[in-house]
Write a protein that binds this ligand. Structure first.
Ligand code: MG
Length: 161
């Protein structure tokens, strides 16, 4: 099998704050995501997409939320460790396609920065990273700004194939 596809999804609760961690960058905002690690919902979805494509489990298995070592942990570091597992299994990333679901802030101005940061974390080209954003149309947990969510699809290819 030369190519494998994976999907990742994550949701985090929002509360009053000053900086929203998203895609490895800090976005000035009046809400922040709550979680055991740094609560970067997009990096968590990307991590699960990569692990899933290689059938290597999920982020909760690699980095249990009852392990104090993971408290406040940098999600970029977790993503790099997960991708190293994927590479050790003989695969490399072809491309990612991601969607962030957030009512606010407007993410248009941040998409290029997130794309660049994801490319940096994964040591790949920005052209391999798709970043899209949707609001919650003012309904549901996303629309009411109670939650932020992200989805990611990842394609891997076997190295040397
Ligand atoms: Mg998460």
């Amino acid at each position: 099998m030369t190519h494998r596809i994976g999907i990742g999804h994550d949701t985090h609760r929002l509360e009053t704050g000053h900086v929203l961690r998203l895609g490895g960058i800090g976005i000035p905002h009046d809400r922040r995501a709550v979680g055991h690690s740094d609560a970067d919902v997009l990096l968590h979805a990307v991590t699960d997409a990569l692990l899933g494509a290689a059938a290597l489990g999920d982020i909760g298995e690699l980095f249990p939320d009852d392990d104090p070592a993971n408290r406040g942990r940098d999600s970029a570091e977790m993503l790099q460790l997960a991708y190293r597992r994927v590479q050790d299994a003989g695969y490399r990333l072809v491309n990612l396609d991601c969607i962030v679901f957030a009512q606010r802030p407007k993410l248009g101005a941040y998409k290029k920065g997130i794309q660049a940061r994801l490319a940096e974390i994964l040591e790949t080209a920005p052209e391999a990273i798709g970043v899209k954003a949707k609001t919650g149309e003012l309904v549901g947990p996303v629309g009411r700004e109670e939650a932020i969510a992200a989805e990611c699809v990842a394609l891997l290819e076997r190295v040397g194939a």
